[in-house]
Design a protein around this ligand. Structure first.
Ligand SMILES: Nc1ncnc2c1ncn2[C@@H]1O[C@H](COP(=O)(O)OP(=O)(O)OP(=O)(O)O)[C@@H](O)[C@H]1O
Length: 371
C-alpha cells in the first residue's frame, strides 16, 4: 500500500487493516438531490466471505453495491478494494474496469453473437489463450452448463442464461463478486438450485462476495454475514443466527417473517400476556413493552374437549404449508385477555376448528423491546 493510501486509512472505523480485507466501505454516504440514499455506512468483507445486503425496497442496497462497483460516486466516505483506496471524497475514483470485480445483476445480458463458451472466455485476460478455454469450461461444468458450451444464448432458458452470466462474471477470477438480486427473475425451484450451485462455486473459489437481496430466506441461505438495511443505514450486521436469534429491534424481528405481537405494562418485573407471564425484569417498572413472538415459538398441546376446558384457548383454522403446519389460535389469557395468534408447527399438525389447546412458549424466539 502506498504512502498516500497508508495515511488515508488512519481514521478507518475498523479493527482490521484494509490490506487483509477484500472490500471496505468506510463511512460511505450517497445523496441524490435531497434524498440521502446511503447514510454513513461502514462495512467490510473478508477474503472468501459472502455478505448479503438485505432490506426493503428503496433502502439503498443497490446504490451501495454500485458504489462498491465504481458505477456510482459516493458523496462522502471511502472504498478500499484489496487494500487499495479506490474511491475517496477528494475525487479519487477508480472506474469499474480497474477494480477487478465480477458483476452479475438480475438481468445479466449475455453477448448474443457469442456462444456460451465465448461469452465466458470474453473477460479472461490474465490467462494464456490456450488455458482460457479450459478455465471457462471448468466454470461452466461447476455451474452445470458445460453441455451447452457451443450453443448461443437465445437457445437457453432464463435460468441457464443466469448460470452462464455467473460463470462469465467469475471467469476473470475477480477479487470480489458483486451480485444484485441475481436469482430474482427465476421461478422458485430453479432459484433454489442455482442459489445452491452458486454458493458452492463461490465457496470453492474463495471469492469474497457482496450480494444484494430483499429476501431474508435467500440472505440466510447464502450469507456468512448479513447487513440489514433500513432507510440508507445498516440496522444490524451479523451472522444469520445473530440477526434471527438476537435482533436489535422490532424491525429486525419482523423482517425475517410474520410475528405475533402485543404490548404489555411491566408490573413487578414481568408482563402479563394471553400466553402467560413473561420475565421483564430488564425493563423499568410501569414501562410499556412490545412483545414479539415468532410463530415457531408457540407450542400447542391439544386438550380434552370437555367442560373443564370450555374457557381454554382454541383453534380457529389449521393449514398445512408443506414442511410445517400453521395453526390460527384464539389465545385466552388471565384477566380476560384475548389474542389472535399463529403457531408454526413442524410436519403435519392440523387440529380441528374449536379444538381446545394449551399454549407454551420457546422463549428463545420471544423478544421484548421498550416501546
Ligand atoms: N440515480 C438516482 N437518482 C435519484 N434517486 C435515486 C437514484 N438511484 C436510487 N435513487 C433513490 O435512492 C433510494 C435507494 O435506491 P436503491 O435502488 O439503492 O434501493 P434498493 O434498496 O436497492 O431498492 P430495490 O430493492 O427496490 O432495488 C431510492 O429512494 C431510490 O429512488
Amino acid at each position: 500500500m502506498g504512502a498516500y493510501q497508508q495515511q488515508s486509512v488512519d481514521n478507518l472505523a475498523l479493527d482490521t487493516n484494509p490490506d487483509d480485507l477484500s472490500l471496505v466501505l468506510d463511512h460511505v454516504h450517497c445523496r441524490f438531490d435531497r434524498h440521502q440514499a446511503v447514510n454513513d455506512i461502514s462495512l467490510e468483507i473478508r477474503p472468501g466471505e459472502v455478505v448479503c445486503l438485505l432490506g426493503p425496497s428503496g433502502c439503498g442496497k443497490t446504490t451501495l453495491l454500485r458504489i462498491a462497483a465504481g458505477l456510482q460516486i459516493p458523496s462522502a466516505g471511502r472504498v478500499f478494494l484489496g487494500g487499495n483506496l479506490v474511491s475517496a471524497a477528494d475525487g479519487l475514483h477508480w472506474p469499474p474496469e480497474r477494480r477487478n470485480l465480477g458483476l452479475a445483476f438480475q438481468e445479466s445480458a449475455l453477448f448474443p453473437h457469442l456462444t456460451v463458451l465465448e461469452n465466458v472466455c470474453f473477460g479472461i485476460k490474465s490467462l494464456p489463450r490456450g488455458k482460457r478455454r479450459s478455465h471457462a469450461l471448468d466454470l461452466l461444468e461447476r455451474l452445470g452448463m458445460a453441455g451447452s458450451a457451443k450453443v448461443y444464448p437465445h437457445t437457453l432458458s432464463g435460468g441457464q442464461q443466469q448460470r452462464v452470466a455467473l460463470a462469465r462474471a467469475l471467469a476473470p477470477s475477480p477479487n470480489v463478486m458483486l451480485l444484485d438480486e441475481p436469482f430474482s427473475s427465476l421461478d422458485a425451484r430453479l432459484r433454489d438450485q442455482i442459489r445452491d450451485d452458486t454458493l458452492h462455486v463461490l465457496k470453492e473459489l474463495g471469492t469474497a462476495t457482496l450480494l444484494v437481496t430483499h429476501d431474508p430466506e435467500e440472505a440466510m441461505f447464502m450469507a456468512d454475514r448479513i447487513a440489514l438495511m433500513r432507510e440508507g443505514q445498516i440496522v444490524q450486521t451479523g451472522t444469520p443466527t445473530d440477526l434471527y436469534c438476537n435482533p436489535v429491534d422490532p424491525f429486525v424481528v419482523r423482517f425475517f417473517g410474520q410475528v405475533n405481537e402485543c404490548t404489555a405494562k411491566v408490573k413487578n418485573g414481568s408482563v402479563t400476556t394471553p400466553l402467560g407471564e413473561l420475565d421483564a425484569s430488564n425493563f423499568p417498572e410501569d414501562s410499556t413493552v412490545q412483545v414479539l413472538i415468532r410463530p415457531e415459538a408457540v407450542k400447542v398441546r391439544p386438550l380434552e374437549d370437555n367442560a373443564d376446558n370450555a374457557n381454554a384457548s382454541h383453534v380457529q383454522v389449521s393449514r398445512l404449508l408443506g414442511s410445517t403446519s400453521l395453526v390460527h389460535i384464539c389465545a385466552h389469557g388471565e384477566e380476560d385477555q384475548e389474542m389472535h395468534l399463529h403457531a408454526r408447527v413442524p410436519g403435519v399438525f392440523l387440529p380441528r376448528e374449536g379444538q381446545p389447546v394449551s399454549l407454551s412458549l420457546d422463549m428463545s424466539q420471544v423478544f421484548l423491546f421498550r416501546q
